[in-house]
Design a protein around this ligand. Structure first.
Ligand SMILES: [Ca+2]
Ligand SMILES: [Ca+2]
Ligand SMILES: [Ca+2]
Ligand SMILES: [Ca+2]
Length: 280
């Protein structure tokens, strides 16, 4: 009886530990929008943010020349349905004082991957088609605007209750010059029309335009066309880019772990049953 109780206890403990690990793996990355690149931008719990590399362009001031854009989202949850985060890394540290005009980063998104909905850009975002949402990040002002195409024009999307509009760069000396080459941004998914698993799709087309506010080249990311951004629940927008640095997509990993855990649990139960028979 003691052996049986011990074996059952071990199997039960294994089940609990595995269940807890699965919950941990399913938890999505949440980013603190403060302009500091936290370690989770490198991936956490099987989720790896997507990334698009962009070249150092001679015609663009390095302070506003994008090197890589990373992106991820946390769980859909409930309204305002989680958040989409961006990390913009430039070739030199962001300078909010130099440009006379306000630098702005425009993220154009075809959130339903249908060129028949939305509109076509002209002179920015590589003239991509099907834009349903535009996000404007103004890092020097610390403000963010989300716009949606209403069929005739872009209109501002009010921030929903509990929603997020955030952009930041790290400047502890308040000199106007970032101490690190990062700008972080965040927007609630509800503002982007991503409100359930049906609208959280795996192939949103995206292009980014960085207008530094001065008269020289502006940065297009990618240099032409769009990149592919995927959304998943509960794990995320990871995903792939059409650039040189495709990233690991994570949704399959939790599924594989769940499958593995199930096999181990079945094995534990079978072992316990066999042990009971042998000791009966
Ligand atoms: Ca951060
Ligand atoms: Ca660039
Ligand atoms: Ca569209
Ligand atoms: Ca570029």
């Amino acid at each position: 009886m003691i052996h049986k109780a011990r074996r059952f206890s071990i199997a039960f403990t294994v089940a609990i530990v595995l269940a807890l690990s699965i919950v941990a793996i399913a938890a999505a990355i949440t980013i603190v929008v403060d302009g500091i690149k936290e370690p989770t931008w490198g991936g956490s719990g099987g989720q790896v943010p997507g990334a698009v590399l962009d070249p150092n362009e001679a015609a663009i001031d390095d302070r506003y020349d994008i090197k890589v854009i990373s992106y991820t989202n946390d769980a859909l949850g409930s309204a305002p349905w989680g958040h989409l985060y961006f990390l913009f890394e430039s070739y030199s540290n962001f300078d909010s004082i130099y440009p006379v005009a306000t630098p702005q980063i425009i993220v154009c998104m075809d959130v339903d991957n249908k060129t028949s909905t939305g509109t076509t850009a002209s002179g920015y975002c590589n003239d991509m088609a099907g834009i349903d949402r535009r996000i404007y990040f103004f890092p020097s002002l610390g403000t963010v605007t989300v716009q949606r195409w209403n069929g005739a024009a872009f209109v501002v999307v009010p921030q929903p209750s509990g929603g997020m509009r955030a952009v930041a760069y790290d400047d502890p000396s308040a000199s106007g010059i970032a101490d690190m080459p990062y700008i972080e941004g965040g927007v609630d998914l509800q503002s982007l029309g991503i409100i359930n698993t049906a609208t959280c799709i795996g192939n949103m087309q995206v292009a980014v335009y960085y207008d530094n506010g001065i008269i020289d080249g502006e940065d297009q990311i990618p240099d032409s066309g769009t990149f592919n951004m995927s959304c998943g629940n509960p794990t995320a927008v990871t995903l792939n880019s059409l650039q040189a640095q495709p990233v690991n997509t994570s949704p399959l990993l939790p599924l594989a772990l769940v499958g593995g855990a199930a096999v181990i649990l079945i094995g534990a139960v079978f072992f316990t049953r066999r042990s009971r028979k042998h000791t009966a």
